[in-house]
Ligand binder design. Sequence first.
Ligand SMILES: [Zn+2]
Ligand SMILES: [Zn+2]
Length: 126
Amino acid sequence: MGIIRKTKAVTTVLQIFEERNEAKSVVHLIKLLKGKMNKTTVYRILDRLEQDGNIHSFNGKDGLKWYAKCEGCSASHHSDKHPHFQCTECDKVECLSIEIKIPSIKNHKVDSTDILLMGQCEVCCV
Ligand SMILES: [Zn+2]
Ligand SMILES: [Zn+2]
């Protein structure tokens, strides 16, 4: 995978992730970018950005795909072994900067984890 071409569309998508350190669902992203680019382009850019280690994806509740900015990842070294937290009140999704110990399973090789913790965020639990 080569370095991603910084087209205007790519920059626009990246900016959304730079602005706030919060995960965005695909549905939300498509809504945000409506009028700027079509759905197919959004999907394509997200794919590219993920391959290049700019963002990572995971599954939220309801099977929705979410994307968030990667910290210190590159195309060759992608490690997103952190869990995510989804607030059941406001639907906010956060990356948790804690590492989950991956159990070693006999005769298996683990490539990725997808751990979603659910509950109330700091705003909603008061
Ligand atoms: Zn909340
Ligand atoms: Zn994350």
